[in-house]
Design a protein around this ligand. Structure first.
Ligand code: BT5
Length: 241
Protein backbone atom coordinates (compact mmCIF):
# COMPACT_ATOMS: atom_id res chain seq x y z
CA UNK A 1 0.00 0.00 0.00
CA UNK A 2 1.30 3.42 -0.88
CA UNK A 3 0.31 6.98 -0.11
CA UNK A 4 0.13 8.70 -3.52
CA UNK A 5 -2.60 11.19 -2.51
CA UNK A 6 -0.74 12.30 0.60
CA UNK A 7 2.69 12.37 -1.05
CA UNK A 8 1.35 14.59 -3.84
CA UNK A 9 0.36 17.37 -1.45
CA UNK A 10 3.37 17.65 0.86
CA UNK A 11 6.86 19.09 0.25
CA UNK A 12 8.69 16.13 1.80
CA UNK A 13 7.42 12.61 2.41
CA UNK A 14 8.81 9.39 3.89
CA UNK A 15 7.00 6.07 4.20
CA UNK A 16 8.98 4.02 6.72
CA UNK A 17 8.77 0.24 6.47
CA UNK A 18 9.18 0.11 10.25
CA UNK A 19 10.01 2.64 12.95
CA UNK A 20 9.92 3.11 16.71
CA UNK A 21 7.93 6.35 16.42
CA UNK A 22 7.20 8.60 13.44
CA UNK A 23 7.20 11.58 15.84
CA UNK A 24 10.73 10.69 16.94
CA UNK A 25 11.90 10.38 13.32
CA UNK A 26 10.33 13.73 12.42
CA UNK A 27 11.96 15.33 15.49
CA UNK A 28 15.37 14.02 14.42
CA UNK A 29 14.89 15.39 10.90
CA UNK A 30 13.94 18.95 11.93
CA UNK A 31 14.34 21.47 10.31
CA UNK A 32 11.78 20.20 7.83
CA UNK A 33 9.68 22.14 5.34
CA UNK A 34 6.20 22.92 6.73
CA UNK A 35 3.74 20.08 6.20
CA UNK A 36 6.42 17.46 5.67
CA UNK A 37 4.87 14.07 6.43
CA UNK A 38 6.35 10.87 7.84
CA UNK A 39 4.19 7.75 7.82
CA UNK A 40 4.59 4.15 8.86
CA UNK A 41 2.30 1.13 8.91
CA UNK A 42 4.62 -0.53 11.41
CA UNK A 43 5.30 1.68 14.42
CA UNK A 44 6.72 -0.33 17.28
CA UNK A 45 6.95 2.17 20.18
CA UNK A 46 4.20 4.69 19.56
CA UNK A 47 3.97 7.41 22.15
CA UNK A 48 0.78 8.81 23.65
CA UNK A 49 0.32 11.91 25.79
CA UNK A 50 1.65 12.13 29.35
CA UNK A 51 4.14 9.30 28.87
CA UNK A 52 1.50 6.80 27.74
CA UNK A 53 1.76 4.29 24.90
CA UNK A 54 -0.01 4.11 21.54
CA UNK A 55 -0.35 0.47 20.53
CA UNK A 56 -0.27 -0.61 16.89
CA UNK A 57 -0.25 -3.94 15.10
CA UNK A 58 2.11 -4.19 12.12
CA UNK A 59 0.23 -3.46 8.90
CA UNK A 60 -3.05 -2.63 10.64
CA UNK A 61 -2.45 0.83 12.01
CA UNK A 62 -1.28 4.08 10.48
CA UNK A 63 1.19 6.38 12.20
CA UNK A 64 1.41 9.85 10.67
CA UNK A 65 3.60 12.76 11.76
CA UNK A 66 3.42 16.23 10.27
CA UNK A 67 5.83 19.11 10.82
CA UNK A 68 3.73 22.22 11.30
CA UNK A 69 4.75 25.68 10.12
CA UNK A 70 6.54 27.66 12.83
CA UNK A 71 4.97 31.05 12.24
CA UNK A 72 1.27 30.83 12.61
CA UNK A 73 -1.47 32.48 14.59
CA UNK A 74 -3.26 29.52 16.10
CA UNK A 75 -0.38 28.17 18.20
CA UNK A 76 -2.37 27.64 21.41
CA UNK A 77 -5.16 25.65 19.82
CA UNK A 78 -3.00 23.69 17.39
CA UNK A 79 -3.55 20.33 19.14
CA UNK A 80 -7.29 20.88 18.88
CA UNK A 81 -6.97 21.82 15.21
CA UNK A 82 -5.05 18.60 14.56
CA UNK A 83 -7.82 16.67 16.34
CA UNK A 84 -10.44 18.51 14.32
CA UNK A 85 -8.62 17.76 11.05
CA UNK A 86 -8.38 14.08 12.05
CA UNK A 87 -12.10 14.10 12.91
CA UNK A 88 -13.08 15.64 9.57
CA UNK A 89 -10.90 13.10 7.75
CA UNK A 90 -12.50 10.19 9.64
CA UNK A 91 -15.92 11.57 8.72
CA UNK A 92 -14.69 12.16 5.18
CA UNK A 93 -13.93 8.49 4.67
CA UNK A 94 -17.43 7.59 5.78
CA UNK A 95 -17.60 7.45 9.57
CA UNK A 96 -20.20 10.20 9.81
CA UNK A 97 -20.94 9.76 13.52
CA UNK A 98 -17.33 10.13 14.72
CA UNK A 99 -16.84 12.64 17.55
CA UNK A 100 -14.02 14.77 18.91
CA UNK A 101 -13.46 14.43 22.66
CA UNK A 102 -11.45 17.24 24.27
CA UNK A 103 -8.58 17.63 23.86
CA UNK A 104 -8.10 15.45 20.79
CA UNK A 105 -9.40 11.88 20.82
CA UNK A 106 -11.52 10.73 17.92
CA UNK A 107 -14.27 8.47 19.20
CA UNK A 108 -16.96 6.39 17.55
CA UNK A 109 -19.72 5.54 20.02
CA UNK A 110 -17.28 6.09 22.87
CA UNK A 111 -14.55 3.93 21.36
CA UNK A 112 -11.25 5.49 20.29
CA UNK A 113 -10.35 5.19 16.62
CA UNK A 114 -7.61 7.84 16.48
CA UNK A 115 -5.36 9.69 18.92
CA UNK A 116 -3.18 12.79 18.63
CA UNK A 117 0.14 13.71 20.21
CA UNK A 118 1.48 17.21 19.46
CA UNK A 119 5.03 17.87 20.56
CA UNK A 120 6.61 21.32 20.64
CA UNK A 121 10.36 21.19 20.02
CA UNK A 122 12.80 23.69 21.61
CA UNK A 123 13.11 25.33 18.16
CA UNK A 124 9.37 26.12 18.25
CA UNK A 125 8.47 23.60 15.57
CA UNK A 126 5.43 21.51 16.44
CA UNK A 127 5.33 17.88 15.36
CA UNK A 128 1.74 16.65 15.09
CA UNK A 129 1.49 12.87 15.45
CA UNK A 130 -1.73 11.05 14.67
CA UNK A 131 -2.40 7.34 15.06
CA UNK A 132 -5.32 5.69 13.25
CA UNK A 133 -6.62 2.16 13.82
CA UNK A 134 -7.27 0.67 10.39
CA UNK A 135 -8.28 -2.83 11.48
CA UNK A 136 -7.62 -5.32 14.25
CA UNK A 137 -6.33 -8.74 13.25
CA UNK A 138 -6.87 -10.23 16.64
CA UNK A 139 -7.50 -8.45 19.92
CA UNK A 140 -8.24 -4.78 20.44
CA UNK A 141 -5.26 -2.81 21.80
CA UNK A 142 -7.53 -1.61 24.64
CA UNK A 143 -11.15 -2.45 25.42
CA UNK A 144 -12.55 0.90 24.26
CA UNK A 145 -10.95 0.95 20.81
CA UNK A 146 -12.43 0.69 17.34
CA UNK A 147 -11.00 0.66 13.83
CA UNK A 148 -11.97 2.04 10.43
CA UNK A 149 -12.70 -1.48 9.16
CA UNK A 150 -15.33 -1.89 11.90
CA UNK A 151 -17.09 1.24 10.65
CA UNK A 152 -16.71 1.28 6.84
CA UNK A 153 -15.75 -1.20 4.12
CA UNK A 154 -11.99 -1.77 4.31
CA UNK A 155 -10.01 -0.98 1.18
CA UNK A 156 -6.41 -0.47 0.09
CA UNK A 157 -6.61 3.26 -0.42
CA UNK A 158 -8.42 4.10 2.82
CA UNK A 159 -5.37 5.12 4.88
CA UNK A 160 -4.10 7.34 2.06
CA UNK A 161 -7.53 8.96 1.60
CA UNK A 162 -7.78 9.65 5.33
CA UNK A 163 -4.24 11.07 5.54
CA UNK A 164 -4.64 13.33 2.52
CA UNK A 165 -8.02 14.62 3.77
CA UNK A 166 -6.43 15.31 7.16
CA UNK A 167 -3.56 17.21 5.57
CA UNK A 168 -5.89 19.39 3.51
CA UNK A 169 -8.14 20.13 6.50
CA UNK A 170 -5.16 20.89 8.72
CA UNK A 171 -3.65 23.37 6.26
CA UNK A 172 -6.97 25.21 6.04
CA UNK A 173 -7.53 25.28 9.80
CA UNK A 174 -3.99 26.36 10.72
CA UNK A 175 -4.09 29.18 8.16
CA UNK A 176 -7.54 30.43 9.12
CA UNK A 177 -8.05 33.57 11.24
CA UNK A 178 -7.89 32.80 14.98
CA UNK A 179 -11.59 33.49 15.64
CA UNK A 180 -12.64 31.19 12.80
CA UNK A 181 -10.37 28.38 13.99
CA UNK A 182 -11.74 28.82 17.52
CA UNK A 183 -15.33 28.77 16.27
CA UNK A 184 -14.65 25.58 14.29
CA UNK A 185 -13.29 23.95 17.45
CA UNK A 186 -16.28 25.10 19.53
CA UNK A 187 -18.68 23.72 16.93
CA UNK A 188 -17.02 20.31 16.86
CA UNK A 189 -15.81 19.39 20.33
CA UNK A 190 -18.47 16.90 21.42
CA UNK A 191 -17.43 17.35 25.07
CA UNK A 192 -19.13 20.76 25.21
CA UNK A 193 -22.48 20.67 27.06
CA UNK A 194 -21.81 17.18 28.37
CA UNK A 195 -21.43 15.88 31.90
CA UNK A 196 -17.86 14.70 32.26
CA UNK A 197 -15.45 13.13 34.68
CA UNK A 198 -11.99 14.75 34.84
CA UNK A 199 -8.63 13.29 35.79
CA UNK A 200 -6.57 16.41 36.36
CA UNK A 201 -2.81 16.87 36.57
CA UNK A 202 -2.95 16.95 40.35
CA UNK A 203 -4.03 13.31 40.36
CA UNK A 204 -7.59 14.20 41.31
CA UNK A 205 -10.81 12.89 39.79
CA UNK A 206 -13.93 15.03 39.85
CA UNK A 207 -17.08 15.58 37.78
CA UNK A 208 -18.88 18.51 36.21
CA UNK A 209 -20.38 19.90 33.03
CA UNK A 210 -18.16 21.03 30.15
CA UNK A 211 -19.40 24.48 29.16
CA UNK A 212 -17.11 25.60 26.33
CA UNK A 213 -13.56 25.70 24.93
CA UNK A 214 -11.86 29.09 25.26
CA UNK A 215 -9.68 30.77 22.61
CA UNK A 216 -6.56 29.11 24.07
CA UNK A 217 -8.08 25.65 23.79
CA UNK A 218 -8.83 25.25 27.50
CA UNK A 219 -11.96 23.43 28.56
CA UNK A 220 -14.29 25.52 30.73
CA UNK A 221 -15.95 23.21 33.23
CA UNK A 222 -18.51 23.88 35.97
CA UNK A 223 -17.91 21.33 38.67
CA UNK A 224 -20.95 19.69 40.17
CA UNK A 225 -20.05 21.53 43.41
CA UNK A 226 -20.52 24.83 41.51
CA UNK A 227 -16.87 25.87 41.08
CA UNK A 228 -15.79 27.00 37.60
CA UNK A 229 -12.51 25.45 36.37
CA UNK A 230 -10.31 26.18 33.33
CA UNK A 231 -8.71 22.93 32.23
CA UNK A 232 -5.50 23.32 30.19
CA UNK A 233 -4.53 19.64 30.21
CA UNK A 234 -5.79 16.39 31.61
CA UNK A 235 -8.12 13.58 30.64
CA UNK A 236 -11.86 13.77 30.43
CA UNK A 237 -14.40 11.01 30.14
CA UNK A 238 -17.85 11.62 28.70
CA UNK A 239 -20.42 10.41 31.21
CA UNK A 240 -23.56 8.65 30.00
CA UNK A 241 -22.08 7.82 26.57
C1 BT5 B 1 -2.85 9.46 22.24
O1 BT5 B 1 -2.40 9.59 23.52
O2 BT5 B 1 -3.93 9.04 21.91
C2 BT5 B 1 -1.83 9.90 21.22
C3 BT5 B 1 -1.55 8.87 20.19
C4 BT5 B 1 -0.60 9.40 19.16
C5 BT5 B 1 -0.02 8.33 18.31
C6 BT5 B 1 0.73 8.92 17.16
S1 BT5 B 1 1.14 7.72 15.96
C7 BT5 B 1 2.19 8.82 15.15
C8 BT5 B 1 2.94 9.58 16.25
N1 BT5 B 1 4.12 8.88 16.69
C9 BT5 B 1 4.03 8.55 17.99
O3 BT5 B 1 4.93 7.96 18.63
N2 BT5 B 1 2.85 8.92 18.49
C10 BT5 B 1 2.05 9.62 17.49
P1 BT5 B 1 -3.32 9.51 24.80
O4 BT5 B 1 -4.47 10.47 24.67
O5 BT5 B 1 -2.40 9.67 25.92
O6 BT5 B 1 -3.93 8.06 24.74
C11 BT5 B 1 -3.15 6.92 25.01
C12 BT5 B 1 -4.10 5.88 25.55
O7 BT5 B 1 -4.95 5.41 24.49
C13 BT5 B 1 -3.38 4.63 26.05
O8 BT5 B 1 -3.00 4.78 27.39
C14 BT5 B 1 -4.43 3.55 25.86
O9 BT5 B 1 -5.38 3.58 26.92
C15 BT5 B 1 -5.19 4.03 24.63
N3 BT5 B 1 -4.67 3.37 23.40
C16 BT5 B 1 -3.44 2.93 23.11
N4 BT5 B 1 -3.36 2.45 21.87
C17 BT5 B 1 -4.61 2.57 21.35
C18 BT5 B 1 -5.18 2.25 20.09
N5 BT5 B 1 -4.47 1.72 19.10
N6 BT5 B 1 -6.50 2.54 19.92
C19 BT5 B 1 -7.25 3.09 20.89
N7 BT5 B 1 -6.76 3.41 22.10
C20 BT5 B 1 -5.46 3.17 22.32
Amino acid sequence: MGFPLLAAQVPFFIDLHSTNSTNSVATDLVPLPAYSAIVSMNQTSGRGRLGRTWLAEPGNSLALSIALPRQQTNQEIVPLLVGLAALRAVRGVGVSHAELKWPNDILVKGQKISGVLCEMLPTGTVIAGIGLNLRFADERPVARATSLAEQVADSDGLADSWASLLLAELRTLVASPAHEAHRAVQANVATINRPIEVDDFGGHRWAGTAEDVDSQGRLIVTRFDGESVLLAAGDVHHLYQ
